[in-house]
Design a binder for this molecule. Sequence first.
Ligand SMILES: Cc1cc2nc3c(=O)[nH]c(=O)nc-3n(C[C@H](O)[C@H](O)[C@H](O)COP(=O)(O)OP(=O)(O)OC[C@H]3O[C@@H](n4cnc5c(N)ncnc54)[C@H](O)[C@@H]3O)c2cc1C
Length: 389
Amino acid sequence: MDFELQDELKLFRRTVREFCERELAPHAATADETGELAWSAIHKMPALGLTGLQVSEAYGGAGLDTTGAALAVEEIGRVCGSTGLSISAHNGLGCGPLMAWGTAAQKERWLPLLTSGRHLGGLALTEPQAGSDLLNGAQTTARRDGDHYVLNGHKAWITNVRFAPVLSVLARTDPAGGSRGFSLLLVEPDRAGVTVHPPEKKMGLKASPTHMLTLENVRVPADHLLGEEGSGFYMTMQTLDSGRISIGALSVGLAQGAYEALLRYALERQAFGEPIASKQLIQEKIANAAMEIEAARLLVYKAAWLKDKGQDYTRLAAMAKLKASEVAEKVCFDAIQVHGSYGYSREYPVERLYRDQRLMSIGEGTSEIQRLVIARQVLKAWQQGAAWL
Ligand SMILES: Cc1cc2nc3c(=O)[nH]c(=O)nc-3n(C[C@H](O)[C@H](O)[C@H](O)COP(=O)(O)OP(=O)(O)OC[C@H]3O[C@@H](n4cnc5c(N)ncnc54)[C@H](O)[C@@H]3O)c2cc1C
């Protein structure tokens, strides 16, 4: 594995950072207060490929590899968690399944809209009674009726619904079929029978819209089936593996934002006659943050690198998300601590970063589920005599 980013990726990172500093950072606190994304910035994102990170250029995307996509999400998360989550979900959960399994007609119809900077896409898996255990708990159904599917059920906690021209919805097409009984269907939220409920009132990521959906006899044409009937659960697991790299990158970005705020404040704040950065207990926090962010970032890059090489990356993606989300929690906690009372105030960004990072150990698979995934992979590999153990 190459530990240096290629020059073009370094340049891309710098360009995205400058864009984020200029277009997103000034709006991040307001977005958190008002609950509205800075659309003025999102409208400009297509020029950098941020609304189609891994979508082919033919459909308006940037055609980046996974490392490039992770860098972009990290940079957005560094300045605005809400935009980071919405752009991560849009790219990974909205555009990702369409790019991977869409027919030419589906791609032509939806991807140019999704990359336009006027919409954000999403994926509806979670239900009010089931998140981690979709296999046993998901109840939404899609029944074939002639040349249509008819969907019924509820979906909960769905990011970007309000701005999505289309969503991929996980539904049971064969209720007795187990993991082969699920399919993904493309559903337009303005279709008859779809109710988008009021936005969830969240702890953080307040400008990233999250809604519950009810589907009541929603008829979609059969050509809205994504991939093959019965392969929805498999596609979901693949999409989540990939999405975990992105949530890992977003976590690194949130940690990086808090770390930089911590450094700035520690150098500026005086106590006992000198900047608090001179105190060894503050330096311990600085050293730990520097080391842990580096470790988390390398795990994200390694997972992305494995994915781009076409190798199995399930274990590394789970490790990257788990480690990076735990690092984000600790670094944001320490950043508030170093700010003292000001850290508890909305005047400084660290309290927003602390609230925003909390989702990272829940969304796209909780930390408990990541540990189960890692342990299962390790045990399987051990039993098969894998060399990397
Ligand atoms: C802001 C936000 C945005 C979201 N966006 C989306 C989206 O766009 N699309 C979407 O489909 N979903 C989305 N979600 C939902 C999210 O992915 C789920 O909340 C998450 O997968 C966890 O599911 P759950 O909340 O049902 O928790 P549960 O599955 O009910 O878990 C509850 C607790 O039990 C633990 N647990 C469960 N099973 C086990 C086990 N076997 N061993 C040990 N512990 C276990 C969990 O780790 C957790 O701590 C979003 C959620 C939020 C808050």
